[in-house]
Structures are given as structure tokens and as C-alpha cells.
Design a protein around this ligand. Structure first.
Ligand SMILES: Cc1cc2nc3c(=O)[nH]c(=O)nc-3n(C[C@H](O)[C@H](O)[C@H](O)COP(=O)(O)OP(=O)(O)OC[C@H]3O[C@@H](n4cnc5c(N)ncnc54)[C@H](O)[C@@H]3O)c2cc1C
Length: 448
């Protein structure tokens, strides 16, 4: 049977764009369907605009710290609208880069919302497109609870389109996006409250790091409340009134819900086709990202394996190699380094202490907490934490964790070591770069 294309990709986000371009590079005839802006979540309403906001949020502290280093800084004013304008221009530029990448690879771009008609046909409006393979890379979508008044809340989609900085912001949630936005709003000058219904935020991260971040955020003045949730949101003349689970009220100007994301599978026609999905709507795939229907594949957040851009890219690369490159390649999801761009930031790779104890039993923990050199002059009360988790029997480094400035930049390098199976002795034999925070990772001598 002759198909219109060898591959139709649904979604031109991180994973879909990478898979389209590489598959075309292997000689496949590829079309990609996108109903939003090219680049998907990461480029438009995720990693990139968020990191730009994080940069913006750090200047206030930097200006304040400058005095100890001899700099007098004049009157300060933060213009959110200007930041938003510059951010929008950069995102528009990136949208153009994505279009060029696809065009130069010879990928046919189709605008619109796609749904599956049969195992080899995708419909976009009235148009039917056939392909030997279909790749679903539709990502995820913010998931908000059904709290009364939830229509007054922002999700991470809308937060990037705010026209002005609210004076008072409440962030609801305990995942990495929630802590990042609490830091962003506070740093920009909003009176910030973060509410999380659990005992401690950032479930799945190392316990020491979670506790240390909570302490640093509180020191900065963020009103961080655990065991706290919103039961009702009401619009008032002055803003919003949140009723909390203890019956108290909290007045705020904006409430951001960062309460998780769900796979974007609704309306795709998966059920009718027999594509197996999991409890949260995620597409169930095998080790090679193939769904229960052999011609249908899925990568990225829609499969809910590890929802990060580099993972979606990696799965896209493995897909293209497997299907069009004649090199069956399984994506791996172990020892993936990651960062939380909170203030201060977190970097982490490998097992947390809790996971290591559960999986390996006998582990050694090396930990150091100290005031960074920069703050010896500023006097700022900030602690950096570095931590290694080591298997006592094999001496292998199972996990490396950090809380402090540039944690992501530092942990990326350690990620190579952990992935290569480095031992503690090998880290000890590595000389430090002095004076840096990173050198602490090779000078930790006594287990705690
Ligand atoms: C606020 C925020 C911050 C984040 N920060 C980071 C970070 O710092 N680091 C990191 O690694 N990850 C981060 N992420 C996660 C990262 O953005 C995702 O893991 C990544 O974008 C997933 O890529 P994807 O290809 O699976 O899907 P996406 O990039 O979401 O792309 C999916 C695309 O499919 C399109 N689409 C959906 N349905 C259809 C349809 N039926 N027809 C046509 N098109 C469709 C969508 O419009 C979208 O463009 C963040 C996410 C958020 C929300």
C-alpha cells in the first residue's frame, strides 16, 4: 500500500521536532502536525521562558549584595511588562528557529489539531494523511483540581502571559514548577505564599535537599505553608480570597496552580483504535516507545516516563534510529541529571539517600553545608549543601545532590561521572578547582 508519508508526527514540541528531523535525515518522508506554536511546552510555556524569569528574579538580590563589593546601585524599579516583551520576542525567534530546522530537514509542516482515524491515518480538519508510522508526541497539560472558584486560578500556561506583576501571589503545589515560581515571584518583588498539602515539597528529591530548600526559602521571606490547601477561591473587590483547609482566609492578587500535569491524549481517538493508555491517560509503550498498535509510537511527556525535555529529545532520537536508522535503540531513564531552578537552585543525579538505602542497604553519606565564599562579604545568611551517596560495598557513587547557586551547571559534570559508574575513590583522586563550590564534591572525606 502506498502511504502519503513514511511518518506522521503529532506535536512539534521537543520530542516531535527531534524525531521528525532525524527521521527525515535517515531518508524518511515526514510530516509533522502542530496545533499550537512550534517548540511545544519547553520553548513556549516551560523551560525557556521560566529560566528567563528566573534570571530576572535574581537581580534584586544581586543589586543588594553589590554594596558589600563596593558598588553603589541607584534607585531600582522592576518593569515586568518590559521583561514580558523581551521574553516574547525571544520565544518568537525560537519559534522561527524551529520552523527553519524542520523546513531545512525537508519535513512537511501541517497546522492544526490531529486525531487518529485508523492505524495509518491521521485527520487534521477535513484532511486525511496516511503514513506507515504514526508518532504521538503531544506532551502534557496542566492538571488543576476541581476546587470551587478554580476558574480564577492561573496555570503555568497563563502565567507567562501576565501583563503585570501581581503584588501578592499564592502558589499552590509542591512540585518543581511550584517552587520555581515561588522563587520567581518573590525575587521579582511580589509578596509570595506557597501552599502545599503534603508534609514537605519536592517528593522524590533527596530529603536533606528538600529540607534545606524550605529553610532557605523561608529565610528569604517566602510564606511557605505545608499541610495547607485551598478549599475555595472567591473574587473580591480587592483581588482574590482563598479559603484554606484550616478555615482561615488568605487574601491574594493571583493564585498559580502548579499541581501536576496530565498526558495530552484527550480527543486523539486512541480508544477507538485500541491504543492502550494508563490510569492518567498516558500512552503505554514498550522499551522502544511502540504502543499496543504496532504502527503507532509515542515519546515524551505523553508517555509519562520521565517528563523532561532532554528525555523527550533522547526518546525522539532512539525512535528515529530504531524505525528509520536500522539501529534498534532503547531509550534509558537511569541516572538522568536534573535541576530545579528554585532560589537557591537544586541539582541532582542518581539515587537519593532514601532510594539508595532502600535499594542498596549499606550506603555511606558524605555531606557538607557551608556559606558560599561570595556571601562572606555580603553577610547574606545562605547555606549551600553538597551531598554524595555511596555504596559501601562497591564504593560506587550512587547519587550526587546539591542546593546552591548554579547547582544545575555543577551537577551536569558529575552526571557524567555517575553515569560512568565512578567510585568515591576516583572522585577523591580528582583535584578540585579552587575556589569553587564544585570542588567540595571532590574533597568530602568523612561520612556523616
Ligand atoms: C513550567 C514548566 C517548566 C518546565 N521546565 C523544565 C526544565 O527546566 N527542564 C526540563 O527538562 N523540562 C522542563 N519542563 C518539562 C518540558 O517542558 C517537557 O518535558 C517537554 O516539553 C516535553 O516535550 P514533548 O515533546 O513530550 O511535548 P511538548 O513539548 O509539550 O510538545 C507537545 C506538542 O504537541 C502539540 N499537540 C498536542 N496535541 C496535539 C494535537 N492533537 N494535534 C497537533 N498538535 C498537538 C502541542 O501544541 C505541543 O506543541 C517544564 C515544563 C513546564 C510546564
Amino acid at each position: 500500500m502506498a502511504f502519503d508519508f513514511d511518518l506522521v508526527v503529532i506535536g512539534a514540541g521537543s520530542g516531535g521536532t527531534r524525531a521528525s528531523r532525524l527521521s527525515a535525515g535517515f531518508g524518511a518522508r515526514v510530516a509533522v502536525v502542530e496545533d499550537g506554536r512550534l517548540g511545544g511546552t519547553c520553548v513556549n510555556v516551560g523551560c525557556i521562558p521560566k529560566k528567563l524569569f528566573v534570571y530576572a528574579s535574581h537581580y534584586g538580590e544581586d543589586f543588594a549584595d553589590a554594596a558589600a563589593y563596593g558598588w553603589d546601585v541607584g534607585p531600582r524599579r522592576f518593569d515586568f511588562a518590559r521583561l514580558r516583551k523581551h521574553k516574547d520576542a525571544e520565544i518568537a525567534r525560537l519559534n522561527g528557529v524551529y520552523a527553519r530546522i524542520l523546513d531545512e530537514a525537508g519535513v512537511t509542516r501541517i497546522d492544526g489539531r490531529a486525531r487518529l482515524v485508523d492505524a495509518h491515518t491521521v485527520a487534521v480538519g477535513d484532511r486525511h494523511i496516511t503514513a506507515e508510522h504514526i508518532l504521538i508526541a503531544t506532551g502534557g497539560w496542566p492538571s488543576l483540581p476541581k476546587t470551587p472558584g478554580i476558574e480564577h486560578a492561573l496555570s503555568s500556561n497563563e502565567v507567562f502571559a501576565l501583563d503585570a506583576l501581581p503584588e501578592r501571589v499564592t502558589v499552590v503545589g509542591g512540585g518543581y514548577i511550584a517552587v520555581e515560581f515561588a522563587g520567581i515571584f518573590h525575587g521579582m518583588g511580589a509578596a509570595t505564599t506557597q501552599l502545599y498539602r503534603g508534609d514537605l515539597f519536592l517528593r522524590g528529591f533527596d530529603g536533606d535537599v528538600r529540607r534545606a530548600l524550605a529553610s532557605e526559602m523561608r529565610k528569604r521571606g517566602i510564606d511557605l505553608r505545608f499541610g495547607s490547601d485551598v478549599t475555595r477561591i472567591e473574587k473580591t473587590g480587592a483581588g482574590l480570597r482563598l479559603t484554606l483547609n484550616d478555615g482561615s482566609a488568605l487574601e491574594t492578587d493571583a493564585v498559580l496552580y502548579a499541581t501536576g500535569r496530565a498526558p495530552n491524549t484527550r480527543g486523539l481517538g486512541l480508544e477507538a483504535l485500541g491504543v492502550k493508555t494508563g490510569e492518567d491517560g498516558e500512552i503505554v509503550v514498550d522499551d522502544y516507545s511502540r504502543s499496543s498498535v504496532p504502527s503507532v509510537w509515542a515519546i515524551g511527556d505523553v508517555t509519562d516516563r520521565l517528563n523532561l525535555t532532554p528525555v523527550a529529545l533522547h526518546e525522539g532520537i532512539c525512535f528515529a534510529r530504531t524505525v528509520f536508522g536500522k539501529q534498534p535503540t532503547r531509550p534509558h531513564h537511569r541516572d538522568v541529571p536534573t535541576a530545579v531552578f528554585s532560589t537557591p537552585s537544586i541539582g541532582t543525579v542518581g539515587l537519593t539517600e532514601e532510594e539508595a538505602r532502600a535499594q542498596h542497604g549499606d550506603v555511606l553519606v558524605f555531606r557538607s553545608s557551608f556559606k558560599p565564599l561570595r556571601h562572606t562579604l555580603t553577610g547574606r545568611d545562605e547555606q549551600t549543601l553538597v551531598k554524595l551517596v555511596v555504596d559501601r560495598t562497591t564504593d560506587r557513587v550512587l547519587g550526587a545532590h546539591m542546593l546552591g547557586p548554579e547547582a544545575g551547571e555543577i551537577i551536569q559534570g558529575l552526571g557524567v561521572a555517575v553515569k560512568c559508574g565512578a567510585t568515591k575513590a576516583q572522585l577523591d583522586s580528582t583535584l578540585g578547582i579552587h575556589p569553587t563550590t564544585a570542588e567540595e564534591f571532590v574533597t568530602l572525606r568523612q561520612p556523616v
